[in-house]
Write a protein that binds this ligand. Structure first.
Ligand SMILES: Nc1ncnc2c1ncn2[C@@H]1O[C@H](COP(=O)(O)OP(=O)(O)OP(=O)(O)O)[C@@H](O)[C@H]1O
Ligand SMILES: [Mg+2]
Length: 890
């Protein structure tokens, strides 16, 4: 077997004998050994330094200079790269974004404290050994030696203060406001999986069990977790696989685009997981959470909480209880469908601009934005739940003034959800508390505005817990308007709120005034007009007299420093005041910090109530935004029922409509699924006529209806769908390493295997990615199977005009076309969907519009005339109809 040491990179810390390293690097390596897979940021003075392999990574990823440092006589120079301490959060954000985990090791005592510690150790030892110990140089850091009586070799103490992994960050700067940051944990047992996920910044914690790897992957793709925990037997704890990294530790079925952290198997054992969860949430059984009988879910949840315990370092775990859910509670959208429908980002460039979320997001708060995003990705099935949202949108739609009033208030509400989380975990800073206070003080106005409201989501805000109002008042009363970010340097607490603090501040002012007046007093007393009071770092306050007048200095002046043309003195009185000022300053700072801490703890005790209100406010914000869009773009309230119909009158595509000039979008009807109406529509029409737009528009209207939103149509009656599938032929998916056509067929197979009569299936040019006749044959067979076997509602957009023949072969199939007007020299796109099949694609016409050279266009016309032959396909299939439907049924 290969020597493991040889597999380590050149600068892996494990390659070096500790004894060869300088004392400071020994300390560094000790910490590193406990977190081998994290980047270790090691505080030295004003910098966080990285060494060895970490330094190479950090300098590459952050584009900062790679320098070097002596590591000991034997080893010589090793790589080093440092970031200034004040830029820590910004750089950490970049590293986390790239999928690294970061450990922060801080100095937990000052160099002075280290010196003092060493001195005392020395004294203690000396009293034991009768004072013969040799004098040693004081070694503060590598290379820095100070001769000092009784000195001892000593290093500043350091400790790990934070472990940041992509899924466990709480800091505002490391989070995206309008998106949840999920940490997921997985447990596998045969085909089945347990999934737990949490957003520790908002307290959301959910678990479920899934029956196949495929379903699991779909959930992961919906959640887009920042980090996924897996149990593994890897020798190192906390192995981190960055996105795209190859590893045999990750089961093959899991997508490589996420960041995975391997955790020891024992963290996922049932008994341990159950014990930990009950302890964390202070309950005696998991029954109340609904997961008592879901062992895989419980194990995943346990592993997740265990990971939090380890990374959060004394910060309490800010999770609300566990919510158990099943996939069947929601409209199922697979990843391809979410992608094709461009729910949160466009296919072309991944931007939010141009997506459904972009068209609908009029939220005023980031938590409202997060809620809307979650809703769009997880529409509902329960008509009552949908109705509750619709009722609220309707009220906000009808009551325009109320909506505007609410939205104005919401504009000045901060991210209550995450602020609550940071109070709960004790990581909030003073600005967080000010923002929390300001937001809480807006709540009474919200409550007043909705006092007469009748719809569920508005009524939920009619009463605000009085303790939250009081908390808001207290925060505003206590904290200054814009406190500093640093909590230990004073300036946090308003004047007049704390008697003891007032007394100390009064004394401080008095002492400072004494100093200010000193100059005038001493000038008068000594008669030296050039006398000044100054301050420097080396010896604090001093009195300065110009050289010429120096002999007039009074005897109690003690000379401290002689410069070319001035003498500097101190007096015992001056020093006494100075000490008093410095001490008092420290004490007031400490007292302010203490007051702040008590306040933060008090806020932390309200975390549940805060979160509940935050969720209600977020939902109201999302609904008000939906109502606003509905008003400005003339949406209607869809009627949802248990039937199967899709009846859309004058429907529009919500995104295209907003992207083109007002009034230019041509509305279209859709009718299918009911008695005497088709289940399957074959949609033909020229290129550029609007086929793809139409089928997406139908899908989006169905989806929006199940979100509880109003829809872009004059009227809509829709049966609740259990799944929406959309497939677009021939999209390249290079990332998965599959060919275009293979992807297309895999996805089509997935639909045929999963669609039910309640599903809505939108197919866009399936079969396009292969030879014409193969493609046509597959398209035909797929359409036939959907119409005669599954009987789901389907719209199939295609250029295979031969598919129009299907209507005469299979019942429940109808042909529609998107029309164009043919003028003498060009065609006009009418974008109107009408019954009947198109027989021409005008593809050459589109090529001409796109700027193909005229000779090519002319030649193409000639070729077309030659190859255009009437297809005999339908005739043949009509003859073999019996056998076709037999095989479909089998
Ligand atoms: N109902 C409509 N009203 C106004 N413009 C529309 C409408 N439908 C589509 N369009 C415009 O026409 C363009 C082309 O539409 P779309 O991509 O849906 O055509 P298509 O029939 O699928 O074409 P192809 O066969 O080439 O895929 C869209 O980008 C859109 O701007
Ligand atoms: Mg198209």
């Amino acid at each position: 077997m290969a020597d493991p040491a040889t597999q380590l990179s050149q600068w892996d810390f494990r390659r070096f004998a500790r004894s060869d390293l300088t004392p400071m690097l020994q300390q560094y390596v000790e910490v590193k050994a406990q977190h081998p897979h994290c980047l270790l940021l090691y505080r030295m003075g004003d910098f966080y330094e990285t060494f060895l392999a970490d330094a190479e990574i950090v300098s590459r990823e952050l584009e900062i200079v790679l320098t070097g440092r002596q590591a000991g006589d034997k080893i010589g120079r090793i790589p080093m790269a440092g970031i200034p301490h004040h830029a820590l959060e910004r750089y950490c954000a970049q590293l986390i974004e790239k999928g690294y985990a970061v450990v922060i090791c801080d100095q937990v005592e000052s160099p002075e404290q280290a010196k003092e510690r060493a001195r005392q150790a020395k004294v203690a030892r000396r009293s034991k050994s009768d004072g013969d110990a040799p004098l040693l140089p004081l070694l503060l850091e590598d290379g820095e030696q100070i001769d000092w009586e009784g000195a001892e070799s000593v290093l500043v103490r350091r400790a790990v203060t934070r472990v940041l992994t992509p899924g466990t960050v709480l800091e505002d700067q490391l989070l995206v406001g309008r998106r949840n940051n999920y940490l997921a944990a997985l447990v596998q047992a045969g085909e089945c999986w347990g999934l737990a996920f949490a957003d520790i910044s908002t307290g959301e914690f959910q678990v479920t069990q899934l029956e196949s790897a495929e379903a699991l992957v779909q959930e992961l793709l919906r959640l887009q977790p920042a980090e996924v925990l897996l149990s593994g037997d890897a020798p190192d704890p906390l192995v981190l696989l960055r996105p795209g990294e190859a590893s045999s530790e990750r089961p093959e079925c899991l997508p490589s685009q996420f960041c995975y952290t391997l955790r020891p198997r024992r963290y996922f054992e049932l008994d341990e997981a159950r014990r930990l969860l009950m302890e964390t949430f202070g309950v005696r059984s998991l029954e109340g959470f609904g997961c008592e009988n879901l062992p895989l879910a419980v194990r995943a949840a346990g592993g997740l909480v265990q990971h939090l315990l380890e990374t959060q370092r004394g910060v309490s775990i800010p999770l609300e209880g566990i919510r158990t859910y099943t996939l069947s509670q929601y409209l199922i959208l697979d990843h391809q469908t979410r992608r094709n429908l461009e729910l949160t980002q466009t296919v072309r460039d991944g931007a939010q601009y141009g997506s459904l979320l972009w068209a609908l997001d009029r939220t005023r708060t980031v938590m409202g934005g997060r809620a809307l995003r979650r809703w769009l990705l997880q529409p509902l099935l329960d008509t009552r739940a949908i109705g509750r949202r619709q009722d609220s949108v309707a009220e906000l739609y009808d009551e325009g003034l109320l909506r505007e009033r609410l939205q104005r208030i919401l504009e000045s509400v901060y991210d209550l959800e995450r602020l609550a989380g940071r109070c709960g975990s004790g990581t909030a800073n003073a600005r967080d508390l000010v923002a929390l206070g300001e937001s809480l003080l807006k709540l009474p106005a919200l409550a007043e505005a909705v006092a007469a409201s009748t719809s569920p989501y508005l009524k939920a805000l009619q009463s605000i817990p009085v303790e939250l109002e009081r908390l808001g008042e207290k925060l505003r009363r206590t904290l200054v308007d814009t406190p500093p970010l640093i909590l230990t340097e004073g300036g946090l607490i308003r004047a007049g709120v704390h008697p003891e603090l007032e007394g100390m501040r009064g004394q401080l002012i008095e002492d400072r005034d004494w100093l200010v007046d000193l100059e005038a007093r001493e000038r008068a007393r000594t008669g030296i007009q050039t006398l000044k009071v100054g301050f420097n770092k080396a010896f604090g306050y001093y009195l300065s007299i110009s050289r010429g007048k120096a002999e007039k200095a009074p005897p109690e002046y003690l000379r401290k420093q002689t410069l070319t043309n001035e003498e500097r003195y101190i007096t015992p009185e001056l020093k006494e005041r100075e000490t008093r000022i410095l001490n008092a300053q420290q004490q007031t700072n400490q007292l302010e910090y203490d007051i702040f801490n008590i306040l933060r703890q008090e806020a932390g005790r309200h975390v549940s109530a805060l979160r509940q209100v935050a969720r209600r406010v977020a939902a109201l914000d999302a609904l008000a935004g939906l109502a606003e869009v509905a008003v400005y773009h003339d949406y209607c309230r869809p009627v949802l029922g248990e039937g199967r119909e899709v009846h859309i009158e004058a429907g529009r595509h919500p995104v295209i409509e907003q992207a083109i000039p007002a009034g230019f979008f041509v509305p279209n009807d859709a009718r299918m699924g009911a008695e005497a109406e088709p289940d399957l529509i074959i949609l033909t029409g020229p290129n550029m006529s609007g086929k793809s737009s139409f089928i997406r528009q139908v899908a989006l209207i169905q989806l929006l209806a199940q979100v509880g939103a109003f829809v872009p149509a004059r009227g809509a009656v829709l049966g609740v769908a259990d799944r929406i599938f959309t497939r677009v032929g021939a999209v390249d998916d290079l990332a998965t390493g599959q060919s275009t056509f293979m992807v297309e067929m895999t996805e089509t197979a997935n639909i045929l295997n999963h669609a039910t009569p309640r599903s809505l299936v939108l197919l866009d040019e399936i079969g396009r990615g292969t030879a014409t006749f193969d493609g046509l044959a597959i398209a035909w067979a797929v359409a036939e199977y959907l119409a005669s076997h599954i009987r789901c509602r389907t719209i199939f957009a295609t250029h295979y005009h031969e598919l129009n023949e299907l209507a005469s072969v299979v019942s429940g199939v109808a042909n529609y076309q998107v029309t164009v007007q043919e003028l003498a020299d060009r065609i006009v796109f009418l974008h109107r969907v009408t019954p009947g099949g198109a027989d021409r694609s005008y593809g050459i016409e589109v090529g001409r519009l796109a700027g193909l050279p005229p000779s090519v266009v002319a030649r193409a016309r000639t070729v077309l005339a030659q190859v255009e032959q009437h297809s005999q396909i339908a005739v043949g299939l009509r003859d073999s109809n019996g056998s076709a439907s037999e095989s479909a049924a089998g």
